[in-house]
Design a protein around this ligand. Structure first.
Ligand code: ADP
Ligand code: MG
Length: 234
């Protein structure tokens, strides 16, 4: 079994304003809006059109599509609230990184019916929002990848703090992948999920390690320094 580690070389650690993680973030948002909001709203409009058509013929037929349209509009509202909640990093600000991640894992575990074990070292260090927020997004993206690609049965998320740095790992027992060629191809296809995770980590003076091989599961670890004397840890 061959296991490969991908670490973006130091030469790519300088960034211009058109950062790929912003691009990745945009794509993720666009996807989420497309899969959720647009589909629900399209459904609602369709139901309202049915109402319009049947109203003059038989007004008793209006109720069912109307109720459905209301349900779909409510779903949209719920999704919009969740989206703005995520964008403002409300969970991280209110709960801190560890609790926010734990909650996300619980929600995702329920939503996708997959076991997610969450572990964190007891002593949580209070992190600047730039670090906590980035780690939160990195873990979310890594978990999204597991649910999208891995066919995993189990996921483990671990958060640990030492005196200098915070380390977060997302590990799955899924199908795994050949890291170098897959990520090169993903970048060519303008899929910036993983690239964005690397960038986020590098921007904070940290690193992202991706350990995977076909049939061997995947482990994604972000290590970010938070010691105040590190100028990179803004
Ligand atoms: N946990 C995982 N298990 C299996 N394959 C993965 C996993 N995470 C990422 N991949 C592979 O890496 C590729 C790149 O991921 P990413 O950059 O996030 O793009 P996307 O998720 O949009 O395809 C994925 O298309 C997939 O082939
Ligand atoms: Mg992805």
């Amino acid at each position: 079994m061959q296991t490969r580690v991908k670490q973006t070389p130091a030469s790519t650690q300088h960034h211009d304003g058109n950062s790929k993680f912003i691009e990745g973030e945009r794509q993720r948002l666009a996807q989420e809006i497309h899969d959720g909001l647009i589909q629900e709203l399209t459904g609602a409009v369709l139901q309202l059109e049915i109402c319009e058509k049947v109203y003059t013929k038989d007004s008793s037929q209006v109720l069912a599509p109307l109720i459905l349209a209301k349900k779909q509009a409510r779903k949209c509202l719920h999704q919009l609230r969740r989206l703005t909640f995520d964008l403002r990093l409300t969970a991280v600000k209110e709960l801190g990184l560890v609790k926010a991640l734990r909650r996300h894992c619980d929600e995702l575990s329920q939503e996708k019916s997959i076991a997610i074990a969450f572990k964190a070292t007891k002593a949580e260090v209070e992190l600047p929002l730039s670090i906590a927020g980035s780690l939160y997004y990195i873990v979310r993206e890594a978990l999204l990848n597991v649910t999208k690609h891995a066919k995993a049965r189990r996921i483990q998320v671990r958060v640990s703090f030492d005196q200098q740095q915070v380390m977060v790992t997302v590990q799955d027992d899924g199908i795994g992948f050949d890291v170098e060629p897959t990520l090169a191809k993903a970048e060519e296809e303008k899929k910036f999920g993983m690239v964005g995770m690397h960038e986020r980590a590098h921007l904070l003076g940290g690193n992202l390690h991706v350990l995977s091989a076909p049939q061997s599961g995947t482990e994604v670890t972000a290590v970010i320094p938070y010691a105040p004397d590190r100028s990179a840890a803004r």
